[in-house]
Design a binder for this molecule. Structure first.
Ligand SMILES: [Zn+2]
Length: 239
């Protein structure tokens, strides 16, 4: 894995009032890999909007409303608003995701999009793969910063190059995941699995303590002011 890392991001520096749009296939896909980071961003004044492509139509028929309520409860904890679409689980097309993504970009004008990692080596989750490919297509075409979040279980093909220290909000992350009570039988939703993965990323960074979330930055635009500030601080040192 790549060694370039940022372990203590300060999302508030010159970056207030940014908008993040997350696009995931299913409700709960957003909290597992990114709830801590999203919470830190919202604390720093960022606007967070979570788009979910499906509404649980493969699950029991009663699940749809439950899933919406669970997502909204999680949204309160991470400071996010939600939007559900009703694409057919296991069967939606790349084109359908492209359309939904383009509409959401028009509405939200995001500075950053976060989605599933495409994982060319595949780990068998068709919906995640289709979502990742379609969203990457649009973000690239529209020149919007794009991060991939860590997959829930098999990490094959995921190459993180950005790590966020979420130790200060680990309780909020656990609580946000806990909002999805209808999903709690999934093994990767269980507390020990969440903590183990957060600790795994810490070890990956050589950190003895703390909890982290990992991302792969696919596209990133950095405001030129950053470089100006960097150059003037260097000049001060030289003078
Ligand atoms: Zn999913």
């Amino acid at each position: 894995m790549n060694a370039n890392t940022t372990i203590e991001p300060n999302f508030s520096v010159n970056m207030s009032q940014q908008t993040v749009l997350t696009i995931y296939a299913h409700a709960d896909d957003e909290v597992l890999p990114a709830a801590g980071t999203l919470r830190l961003m919202s604390e720093a004044g960022w606007k967070i909007h979570c788009l979910i492509l499906t509404d649980g139509n493969l699950s029991r028929s009663s699940i749809k409303n439950i899933r919406h309520l669970e997502a909204e409860a999680a949204g309160k904890l991470i400071g996010a608003t939600y939007e559900f679409h009703a694409l057919e689980e296991g069967n939606f097309s790349t084109q359908a995701v492209i359309k939904v993504t383009e509409e959401a970009i028009k509405t939200w004008q995001p500075d950053l999009i976060i989605t599933h990692a495409p994982q060319p080596e595949k780990y068998g989750h068709r919906d995640h793969e289709v979502c990742a490919i379609a969203v990457s297509n649009v973000a690239t075409r529209k020149n919007i910063s794009l991060w991939y979040s860590a997959p829930p279980v098999f990490l094959r093909g995921f190459e993180p190059n950005f790590f966020v220290d979420i130790s200060s909000v680990i309780e909020e992350k656990i609580a946000a995941i806990g909002c999805y009570e209808s999903e709690e039988s999934k093994t990767f939703m269980q507390l020990d699995a969440i903590l183990v993965l957060s600790r795994f990323w810490a070890r990956e960074l050589g950190q003895k303590d703390g909890y982290f979330e990992a991302f792969e930055i696919s596209r990133q635009c950095v405001n030129a002011n950053f470089f100006v500030a960097l150059a003037s601080s260097r000049n001060k040192v030289l003078n």
